[in-house]
Ligand binder design. Structure first.
Ligand SMILES: [Zn+2]
Length: 120
């Protein structure tokens, strides 16, 4: 973050998570909850630690939208995912931030959704 002063967003990755919940401590936790608790923890840290200078608002963590597609709204609400991260829609040609869950819509959102289906 020191190398990128003034950034408004920070991509926290969390993509292609295949090895998770394998140790004896994590095996007892449901995989969805293990993943979302990690996302919530990292996103909360980013929001607490970094501020966007121009707006004096917390830096907004970004996560790939496809990593969240299979979770129920109830599970995501349990971990406050909608309040903590912005989903970034993945397409073959470019990336674009989606609007916060359930709020408004991106002017090209339908187009991006349709294209993103073909990426995986
Ligand atoms: Zn573990």
């Amino acid at each position: 973050m020191e190398l990128h002063p003034g950034v408004r967003y920070l991509h926290i990755g969390c993509d292609e998570v295949f090895q998770m919940g394998e140790c004896s401590r994590c095996r007892v936790v449901q995989r969805d909850k293990l993943f979302l608790s990690h996302v919530a923890s990292v996103a909360s840290f980013v929001r607490r630690k970094y501020t966007h200078a121009a707006t004096n608002q917390p830096v907004i963590p970004i996560i790939w939208h496809d990593m969240l597609l299979h979770f129920s709204s109830q599970t995501m609400e349990e971990f406050r995912i909608g309040e903590l991260v912005e989903p970034m829609v993945r397409t073959l040609t470019h990336y674009r931030l989606a609007m916060p869950f359930g709020k408004g819509s991106c002017h090209k959102r339908q187009n991006h959704k349709r294209r993103s289906v073909t990426t995986k």
